[in-house]
Design a protein around this ligand. Structure first.
Ligand SMILES: Nc1nc2c(ncn2[C@@H]2O[C@H](COP(=O)(O)OP(=O)(O)O)[C@@H](O)[C@H]2O)c(=O)[nH]1
Ligand SMILES: [Mg+2]
Length: 326
């Protein structure tokens, strides 16, 4: 059988340039499209199709990757039969929270375990940015006395990044684009075998439909940076090409945005706003915490204000109580 591409998992072949897994070079580790993304960040070659038959016939112990930024999405979409009897829950991307919030976030995720009646053998926070967190995963793997580990979770949860961190190489392709890993890829690692699976989803990931430049600007790849705007008169705050936050006030208020450090935002005079390209909007009154899922969280302070959030139709806007408990 042909070796799978280390990027997407499709069997490598050098006969049909139009078919998946094509590489002009015999013995290459990556297919042409994964190679182009890995070395030149050529996003046009990254596959965005959902794999036709994602296989979840997992072997060994399951490492279920739960994106700690949006854990409920993972709990809602997991099929309990994939978790087998025992599983380890890896809470990925923990670096996005300041350390003083780690306990609160862990408690929220423990509460989700109780609500969804899921009982992991171990629950381990992990971040590819904090190398010591992988030691805790290695300890859990050793303590489980298994040798094969299947890494599953929603698309973009950070499964391939986790395996790269464990093996200390950037072999597997990772990206902010959904469905980068299309078929299972097996990675030997010391006495262990790690298997990276394509992400499962029962709802489309918003990054399936957003344009590349928006994904590049809003995806979170490191610590989240808060930015506070003091609001003295009606104004609008623009976040990249992805959202407008229209603020109407009767008294001075403030809004703090928590978003990816590379995302840019700026305040504009409301009267200068010529057009609003976003049909999807929601209005909130007074102090509240709001989330544009996968883009940012906002903390609004001020009782006599009205905030209308306008964004892309595929992004969810909702009031949130449990993230911004800082
Ligand atoms: N901040 C942060 N971002 C991460 C972490 N792990 C993965 N990511 C980002 O999340 C996105 C998806 O990662 P990937 O490993 O491809 O996810 P997969 O689809 O589950 O395999 C990429 O943009 C990664 O850089 C992490 O520990 N911290
Ligand atoms: Mg992957």
């Amino acid at each position: 059988m042909n070796q799978p591409c280390k990027g997407c998992g499709h069997p490598l072949q050098n006969s049909d340039p139009k078919a998946l897994g094509y590489s002009p070079k015999v013995g290459s580790a990556y297919c042409q499209s994964c190679f182009r993304y890995k070395h030149y960040k050529d996003v046009s070659t990254i596959k965005k199709e959902m794999p036709k038959q994602p296989s979840y016939l997992t072997s060994g112990l399951v490492l279920w990757c739960v994106d700690s930024m949006y854990p409920e999405e993972s709990f809602k979409s997991i099929d309990k039969s994939w978790l087998q009897d025992d599983f380890v829950m890896i809470l990925t991307k923990f670096d996005v929270y300041p350390t003083h919030l780690w306990h609160a976030r862990l408690d929220q995720i423990k509460a989700l375990c109780v609500r969804y009646q899921l009982h992991p053998l171990y629950m381990v926070p992990f971040s590819k940015q904090l190398p010591w967190t992988k030691d805790h995963i290695l300890q859990a793997m050793k303590a489980s006395a298994r040798t094969t580990f299947s890494c599953i979770g929603r698309v973009n949860a950070g499964k391939s990044s986790l395996i790269n961190a464990l093996i200390n190489e950037s072999s597997l392709l990772t990206s902010p684009y959904a469905h980068t890993t299309q078929a299972p890829v097996t990675m030997p690692f010391d006495e262990f075998t790690l298997i990276d699976y394509p992400g499962f989803d029962d709802t489309p990931h918003p990054f399936d439909t957003l344009e590349h430049h928006i994904i590049e600007s809003v995806h979170v790849d490191g610590l989240i940076k808060p930015i506070t705007y003091n609001l003295k008169r009606d104004c609008v705050i623009q976040i990249e090409d992805v959202a407008l936050i229209e603020c109407h006030l009767q008294e001075a208020s403030s809004i703090t945005l928590y978003m990816s450090a590379q995302s840019k935002s700026f305040k504009r005079n409301l009267s200068l706003l010529e057009s609003n390209p976003y049909e999807h909007s929601k209005t909130f009154q007074g102090s509240c915490d709001i989330e544009i899922t996968h883009v940012c969280w906002m903390h609004v302070v001020g009782t006599t204000c009205e905030i209308s959030v306008h964004t892309h139709p595929n992004l969810t806007i909702k009031e949130t109580k449990d993230v911004l408990c800082w």
